[in-house]
Design a protein around this ligand. Structure first.
Ligand SMILES: [Zn+2]
Length: 370
């Protein structure tokens, strides 16, 4: 009889422990476990999880998500857990929120190339290229690095896929709410963007491809996740529209420490070389381009704009510029990497940038292929 009672007690104890977590709480444990919130608890089955440990992890999660820090699994917390997010962990081997050791995982070169090697099914290839160029340019505005779009053998490869399985850090399944994942910085990088998502070309709330690309480029450069005000916030639904990295964003300071700020504006006279130079129509003005800056001079060679960031005049361009000219009708053509931009004044013509080999389809391959 005593033996029977002990068995009953064990059954009650086990079932009592198992039912102490609700199905939502078990879901929360699985989610937090996946994104690295339980140090040393990874072997505990979700249904046997200690409520206090879950509560503490929820507090950290809520703080990162900008929610009320209660430790309770309330509706707002569940909404974020059920929402879309970046697939990289919030804590783990490479990245920790606000604790990114970038010293050992940065790119050692300043010129890094990129290419989309698998385009999305939902967006046109040229639109996709344009958004990604803007996203790389966005990062490039703040650090001493240059990103160039190439056709072959890129340093950073971008693929739109419905699922990817590489390792614990770089994977997502079909039907998941993961927007994208990336590899860590190094010799070669890969960004996998979820092709099941209908990406928006607008930089607004929702599934903005631009914002997701900037975030993943942050990972490729070595950034971990930041809180809800940062471009490195892992959550999609609560991100705000942004056009510039805010000086209050930790991501900016960490990037500039790791990769240095933009080089100081140099003197045109002391420059070792220039990237390109051209006259406007009727030889009215002369433009000189070096790295991310340009100088504009009048016919007396007096500098009237000196030096300015190229992106201040032509906001779609970062530099360095490979070549440029202005025709007799006042159209300005700028060549960078594999693409050509066509401007009238500061305004980019619809449909541009275009791939150089599409504009000049009969051009010599050695000139226009890369
Ligand atoms: Zn991320």
């Amino acid at each position: 009889m005593l033996y029977f009672n002990v068995i009953i007690y064990i059954i009650i104890f086990i079932s009592g422990t198992a039912s102490s977590l609700t199905s939502d709480e078990i879901k929360a444990v699985q989610y937090l476990k996946k994104y690295g919130y339980f140090d040393g608890q990874s072997d505990t089955a979700p249904c046997n999880f200690d409520k206090v440990i879950l509560e503490n992890a929820l507090k950290v999660f809520q703080s990162i998500a900008g929610l009320s820090v209660t430790g309770a699994l309330d509706e707002a917390t569940l909404n974020i857990i059920n929402g879309h997010r970046c697939g990289m962990k919030d804590f783990g081997k490479y990245y920790n929120v606000h604790d990114v050791d970038m010293g050992s995982i940065t790119w050692s070169k300043k010129n890094v190339t990129f290419a989309v090697t698998k385009y999305p099914s939902y967006l046109r290839a040229d639109v996709t290229d344009d958004i990604l160029m803007k996203a790389f340019g966005f990062m490039s505005k703040h650090i001493n690095m240059i990103f160039t779009n190439v056709l072959y053998a890129p340093d950073i490869e971008i693929q739109f896929v419905k699922s990817i399985k590489r390792n614990n850090y770089t994977s997502f399944d079909e039907g998941s709410h993961v927007t994208a994942v990336s590899t860590v910085p190094g010799i070669l990088g890969k960004i996998y963007i979820n092709d099941e998502i209908e990406w928006s070309v607008k930089n607004k709330k929702g599934f903005s491809l631009f914002r997701t690309a900037v975030h993943q480029i942050g990972h490729i450069l070595g950034l971990g996740h930041g809180n809800f005000t940062s471009i490195m916030s892992p959550f999609v639904g609560i991100q705000h529209e942004f056009n510039e990295l805010k000086s209050s964003d930790d991501a900016l300071n960490i990037l500039q420490t790791a990769y240095e700020s933009l080089p100081k504006k140099s003197s045109l006279c002391s420059a070792k070389s220039i990237d390109t130079i051209f006259f406007t129509r009727s030889y009215q003005y002369l433009y000189v381009f070096i790295d991310k800056y340009f100088w504009k001079m009048d016919s007396n060679r007096d500098k009237i704009e000196f030096p300015k960031l190229i992106s201040e005049k032509w906001k779609e361009l970062i530099g360095p510029v490979d070549a440029g000219y202005q025709d007799e009708n006042g159209w300005t053509y700028i060549f960078m990497g594999t693409h050509m931009w066509k401007y009238f004044g500061n305004n980019l013509e619809d449909g541009y940038p275009m791939k150089i080999n599409e504009v000049f389809s009969n051009g010599p391959e050695e000139v226009f292929s890369d």
